[in-house]
Design a protein around this ligand. Structure first.
Ligand code: RI2
Length: 320
């Protein structure tokens, strides 16, 4: 698929879910590299940078997207010629896609071990990794039941209940505001993540913070299933995760909004759950308490503070 087609599909959420958009971006970069006809390395590099920027600009919150693009693009400047640049890029893109898929499988295996026979699990939104854990627990013979929220305004809960239904898992479908009413029936909350910051806060679908807060108050454990490429390196130097605010039409039809001139519809797509509401983050590198997020950023993503020193001139001490 072309870069512009992929970018459009990510923007419109035809391709959605933090892991899926990361893999789609890697695929688009690979296909773009293969389709560029130029033999001129600087031209090739500029074209690839433009494609990378287009993809990263599609959705601002899921850090898996810039991380995937970074992984695929790193090394381009060391290429000897266009063929070297192209083959390196294709290799890195395919490597990322492969390792992303295997991360999802490994997290499912690790996460499933936190689910006990007889557990009732609550999930919010549609996370392939969170669902992977639930489905793996069911496959391994555990008798489980799920509560899945609707997920206003885009109704990703509909995708979740279809997946759970098709896996043969007993599922209850509830509106987002019913979480408090059922929390005492729940043994464990499992959600995905769009970004994990250096202080262990988890950015995920709007409503996740309320779910986690409710769970904490009811002493129900909250597990986040997140691949290491969802950890946000730039939060180490103080960057904040931008919360995407989508069109008001997703919440209230424009025809109605037009009749309400004093009403402003706000539609943030994500919220931030503080680390203290989260018991464990399950990654493909193992489960960690949220407070250990920096270790993942440094050891598994390989982004230490040195990565930023040049660009930010953090070591710059003016002389005289
Ligand atoms: P996986 C989704 O965002 C949800 O917030 C979900 O929890 C998260 O990405 C992670 O998804 P959206 O694209 O990578 O629906 O676990 O806005 O599938």
């Amino acid at each position: 698929m072309s870069v512009s087609e992929t970018a459009e599909k990510i923007k419109s959420m035809e391709i959605r879910g933090a892991g899926r958009i990361a893999r789609a971006a890697a695929e688009a970069l690979r296909d773009h590299a293969l389709s560029l006809r130029t033999g001129d390395l600087p031209v090739f590099s500029v074209e690839m940078e433009k494609a990378a920027d287009t993809l990263v600009a599609t959705r601002p919150t899921a850090v898996s997207l810039p991380n995937a693009v970074h992984i695929v693009m790193t090394g381009l400047e060391q290429a000897k010629d266009t063929e070297d640049a192209r083959s390196g890029l294709v290799r890195r893109a395919e490597g990322f896609i492969r390792s992303s898929r295997s991360a999802v499988e490994n997290i499912a295996r690790f996460g499933a071990r936190h689910i006990r026979d007889g557990d009732t699990i609550l999930t919010h939104c549609n996370s392939e990794v969170a669902l992977g854990c639930i489905i793996e627990a069911h496959r391994s013979g555990k008798d489980i039941e799920v509560f899945a929220t609707e997920v206003r305004p885009r109704n990703q809960g509909h995708i979740t209940i279809r997946t759970l239904n098709d896996a043969g898992i007993k599922t209850n479908f509830i509106v987002d505001s019913a979480v408090r009413s059922f929390i005492h029936d729940i043994d464990l909350v499992i959600v995905g993540a769009d970004a994990v910051t250096v202080n262990g806060a988890v950015v995920n679908k709007i409503g996740t913070a309320q779910v986690a807060h409710t769970a904490k108050e009811a002493r129900v454990n909250v597990i986040v299933a997140a691949e290491t490429y969802k950890f946000a390196p730039r939060t180490v130097i103080g960057d904040l995760i931008r919360i995407e605010e989508r069109s008001p039409d997703e919440v209230l039809p424009a025809a109605i909004a037009k009749t309400l001139p004093n009403v402003t519809v706000r539609n943030p797509a994500f919220d931030v759950t503080p680390a203290e509401y989260i018991d464990l983050i399950v990654t493909e590198a193992g489960a960690i308490p949220p407070q250990m997020a920096y270790v993942i950023i440094r050891e598994y993503l390989g982004w230490g503070i040195e990565e930023f020193q040049k660009s930010l001139d953090l070591n710059h001490h003016p002389e005289g």
